[in-house]
Design a protein around this ligand. Structure first.
Ligand code: ATP
Ligand code: MG
Length: 630
């Protein structure tokens, strides 16, 4: 067994040899002729000439060998349903859905937009697209009509698959209603809308001729057999729009063969999940983690995957751990925000269940702070692995790789560059940083298999967005700050666009946040740059205090604000001192735990905060407005 270092070095120095080995983890209909074509940088084509299919690798090959093995478990604590599908059953359902899609005129290369809650039919729809070579574009169910319309116009789907409603916290959330609004707003008109009627919103509107009913059509295609459509490795499998935390969403286009190989390799080397084991990812199919680690990767590896509709706290804070016990979950994947939510609950909920099947817990999506990392690792008494990646990459850029080598887990760091990523930390002039020197996390292309092959319909935007950081060298910019310590561990220090300019001084909002957090009364803080006629920009802070009684009165708030100013002055200098520190009890974050920084900034500048439908707690918005007096 090689060490992580050797493994990584081989992937960079001899990519052909390295990836040829990984490519054996999947089934190919036609072997590839060339591992990599990088004749037109930064565009990389992996496994050129090879033909394969994601659905075949995720479903058919296991259904043939282990038809009765459990493939998919759907659990809803919203509708109180629990249903398992064997690989054979999953294959049947996928074929039925594929036949329905074909009957609606969907074929290879056509786009299918999926706007659905976390129900098994959503998985069938994704896999059915993959089966027939259609390109799915899943849009997170929390997005409202405006965001959905933008995505409809960009992806121009022939078909939209949707549902009457989702459910969250026991309340029905109408989907069809929003979808109709979005289609009205959009310039593009899909030919059909395939509706999975859950009976949650009896009043949903049916558009004659356009809307068709899934259950009725399924009945017609009960015995359908739909052969897989073999795709050339570089043909697109899906489009997934980035969350848009920092701007207009980009349609990340994914290939087929490279993605399949990359996912298979991560299950072996990073997530350590194998045939017959069970994976539970608490994400949503609307996010990249859902694509990769709820649907494709666990199935490609022949595992059982769990699709969970519900919150971590209902019926109580033990629900995730109950699922782990009930299904003997071996690999679990969640987000730091969820860990922080659980940290506020009684740990007895966790200890009530037998968690001995669990090998690792993986957390990704945002920085995992040291106290939370330490806490959850202590409570679970197993390795909790922070991994850093992006919608663009589809799989981890930085992670510990217990399948390659057991390395020490350091709190607050996603550890090491993953094989395939020639990751470097750059100064702004394009030279490389030394150890312990903060810089921009970049990847020297080619990007490894499975990363975005382009921005959907816009090659120029792919190059100008991601590869124009320096004239020389050609580098993919992550737009994140990072630092590497003496032992090679990497830390992510926030986003490069979080930099603000105060009277000509460039300040990182993250650094100011750390300084504010240095005050013992502060639990959490968001700092944004707000336009200022004199100084260009001024930092403004929104802070959550640990003990609300400290900010009960106006005098107390003023006094604490002063103390915070002092703290910032001491650690960064008066130049970084926020114009104001507003005290709130909750910060606006997306359900995936990302701070809605752009919205906070927009509100603070008196602008429209944009689409806030993915906000976790709407009260956060109200508090913000109140604090700002808008
Ligand atoms: P957009 O690119 O549209 O603004 P987004 O960047 O929020 O949206 P994602 O691709 O979901 O959309 O998020 C990737 C980003 O999340 C990373 O670039 C990084 O800033 C952050 N991130 C992800 N995982 C980690 C992690 N383990 N540690 C620190 N930051 C992380
Ligand atoms: Mg991003």
């Amino acid at each position: 067994m090689s060490t992580i270092k050797e493994f990584h070095r081989q992937s960079i120095d001899q990519p052909d040899v390295f990836w040829a080995e990984q490519a054996k983890l999947i089934d190919w209909e036609t072997p590839y002729e060339k591992t990599l074509d990088f004749s037109r940088p930064p565009f990389a084509k992996w496994f050129v000439g090879g033909r394969t299919n994601l659905c075949f690798n995720a479903v058919d090959r296991h259904a043939a060998k282990r038809p009765d093995a459990r493939a998919l478990v759907y659990i809803s604590t919203e509708t109180n349903e629990e249903k398992s599908y064997s690989y054979a059953e999953l294959k049947r359902e996928v074929e039925r859905t594929a036949a329905i899609m074909q009957s609606l005129g969907v074929g290879r290369g056509d786009r299918v937009l999926i706007y659905m809650p976390m129900i098994a039919e959503a998985a069938f729809a994704m896999l059915a697209c993959a089966r027939i070579g259609a390109i799915h574009s899943v849009v997170f169910g929390g997005f409202a009509s405006g965001s959905l319309a933008t995505r409809i116009d960009d992806a121009t789907p022939k078909l939209i698959v949707s549902s009457d409603a989702g459910m969250r916290g026991g309340k029905a959330v109408p989907y069809k209603h929003l979808l109709d609004e979005a289609i009205n707003l959009a310039g593009h008109r899909p030919a059909h809308v395939l509706m999975v009627n859950r009976g949650l919103d009896p009043a949903f509107n049916r558009v004659e001729g356009r809307d068709v009913d899934y259950a009725t059509l399924r009945q017609q295609f009960l015995d359908a057999e739909v052969p897989v459509t073999w795709l050339e490795s570089s043909e697109p499998s899906y489009i997934l729009y980035t969350s848009g935390t920092t701007g207009k969403p980009k349609g990340v286009q994914r290939d087929t063969g490279g993605y399949c190989v990359a996912l298979a390799s991560t299950m072996k080397h990073i997530y350590c999940g194998g045939e017959g084991e069970t994976m539970f990812s608490t994400s949503d199919i609307g996010w990249v983690v859902g694509h990769s680690y709820i649907i494709y990767a666990p199935l490609i590896a022949g595992m059982t995957t769990i699709m969970y509709e519900g919150t971590p706290l209902r019926p109580d804070a033990g629900i995730w751990w109950k699922i782990v016990e009930d299904y003997k979950v071996n690999v679990m994947f969640s987000a730091p925000t969820a860990a922080r939510v659980l940290k506020k609950q009684d740990p007895a909920f966790m200890h009530k269940y037998d968690l001995s099947s669990l090998k690792h817990l993986f957390l990704a999506g945002e920085p995992l702070d040291q106290p939370t990392h330490e806490w959850i690792m202590g409570e679970l008494n197993l390795p909790v692995i922070d991994n850093y990646w992006q919608t663009e990459t589809g799989w981890p850029i930085l992670a510990a790789m217990p399948g390659v080598e057991q390395t020490k887990i350091k709190y607050g760091t996603p550890s090491f560059p993953v094989y395939g990523y020639n990751l470097k930390i750059f100064r702004e002039d394009g030279s490389e940083c030394d150890a312990n020197e903060k810089g921009i996390v970049g990847i020297v292309p080619p990007l490894p298999p499975g990363c975005l092959s382009t921005v959907w319909g816009d090659d120029d935007r792919f190059v100008s967005t991601y590869f124009s950081l320096f004239r020389e060298p050609l580098v993919y910019s992550s737009f994140d700050w990072g630092i590497r310590d003496d032992e090679g561990y990497h830390f992510i220090l926030g986003r490069t666009d979080d930099v603000i300019n105060v009277a000509g001084h460039r300040l990182g909002t993250r650094e100011i946040e750390e300084a504010v957090q240095g005050h013992s009364a502060i639990a959490e803080v968001a700092v944004v740059g707000v336009a200022d006629p004199l100084k260009g920009q001024m930092p403004m802070a929104f802070a959550v205090v640990k003990d609300a009684s400290r900010v009960a009165t106006a005098e107390q708030r003023l006094a604490l604000e002063k103390e915070v100013f002092k703290k910032v002055d001491e650690s960064l200098g008066a130049i970084a001192r926020p114009s104001r520190v507003h005290f709130v009890t909750v910060l606006p974050k997306t359900r995936s735990g990302k701070l809605l920084r752009r919205s906070i900034q927009a509100l603070a500048e008196g602008r429209d905060p944009g689409d806030l439908t993915t906000i976790e707690d709407p009260a956060a918005l109200e508090q913000l407005k109140q604090a700002l007096g808008v």
